[in-house]
Design a protein around this ligand. Sequence first.
Ligand SMILES: *Cc1c(COP(=O)(O)O)cnc(C)c1O
Length: 487
Amino acid sequence: MTLRTPKAARQDPRRRLPAVGALCDDPIARPLKARYGAAALTRAVRAVLAEARTRLAIDPDVLPSTGVLLEAVETRLAEGVRETLFPVINATGVVIHTNLGRAPLAPEAMAAAAAAAGYANLELDLDTGRRSSRQAHLDPLIAEMTGAEAGMAVNNCAGAVLLALAAVAEGAPVIVSRGELVEIGGGFRIPDVVAQSGSRLVEVGTTNRTHLRDYEKALADHPEARVILRTHPSNFRISGFTSAPSLESLAHFAHAHGLLLIEDLGGGALVDLSPYGIPDEPTVQSSLRAGVDLVLFSGDKLLGGPQAGLAAGRRALVDQLEAHPLARALRLDKLSVAALAATLRLYRPPSDPFQRIPVLRLLAQHAETLTARAKDLRARVEGLADLEAEIIETEGYAGGGALPMRALPGRALALSCRRLSAEDLAFRLRTGSVRVLGRIEQDRVLIDLRTVDDAEVPALAEAISAAAAGEMSDLSRRYPEVPPSLV
Ligand SMILES: *Cc1c(COP(=O)(O)O)cnc(C)c1O
């Protein structure tokens, strides 16, 4: 009887890779097992085989030998846990990009975080030598910058909403318009957050239209309700036949009936962005002026600081939040406290936040600035073999999921390389020694200059030249038998 290779295995070379057990038991692997232990060896073998399968899916003709695979296993074990988090050059044109860590911090905020990284008087009053709250570093700054009585911050805005509802509604019904029962992204859905806070959701109105009389009726049906929650729809727009009570009238209604109005504002702008192509983003101050009792917003969106969820509003409510057990679970670490305080100080006159806060500076750039930066970059990559680089008009965005996806006019350098597909070029740019994230449009890699700093242009030019020259990426170095054109 002849043993035949099953047809599927002949067609799919990934099935011709050795099994995990076979590689682990190979004599060459014996010293690796002795040095690193069987569990680590198995993990490394699995990881290397997974990478090999990925490579084979791209090029089925190059099957790595057992020797090559075990060499990769040894490298992986020797490296220990590989670094995975790197600084990148953001050439996507999306200023607040959640996948790229949202707001880039101001140098002052970076320095403050670094300075607090050792011992710091995080919860200690230096004058009295007594214990104090970490919120003492933030409360007066948030109050000053927003005009609120008091402020505090927790881990992120989702956490702030959860904490606020848990601490203020305390299980009583929370009234929300059906037009605001949104999902922000990353699984943050208003109905779920209300439920998680231990409160009961009372929906009012319809998807497109909600009136004050809808709130009135809800209150008549649920007289024990304590909170009206207003949510900024963020990345979602209802247009056409729509209506919702103004924030002022809603606040007036709430207070006339002994309710509190809490607003999940998300974006957290402290300055008016309408002169810069973002006309409909409300500021924290305008919400407070309209009568909102507690405004909740992110630290790393339009505020331009570290990840945080800020609460600004009435002193009694902020105190309630601070005293709630969830505040401990959601508390901000010292690096973020330091960076957030430093960021807030940059809003203080005479400092110009549009100069000092990177997010605002990137949003407020003039077309001429972007064009000049594009020309500078093009001059540095012009004449590279096989590379074509054209300056084009394009559209950047304030922010990914969480902000209005309003297009901002911008400039990009559109790259195409004769020997490489746009995907290949983008891959090389992502995985070179300087990591660059662009975007692919119509078979070209766009390097959007809105989100690139002038100081990054030389490194960016070098990264482009290395990528276009076919310098091998880390991944291809692991598999020297794979022709460089494939990675
Ligand atoms: C972004 C956003 C959130 C979540 O903020 P995180 O800081 O990411 O937790 C919540 N609500 C609104 C309206 C948002 O825009």
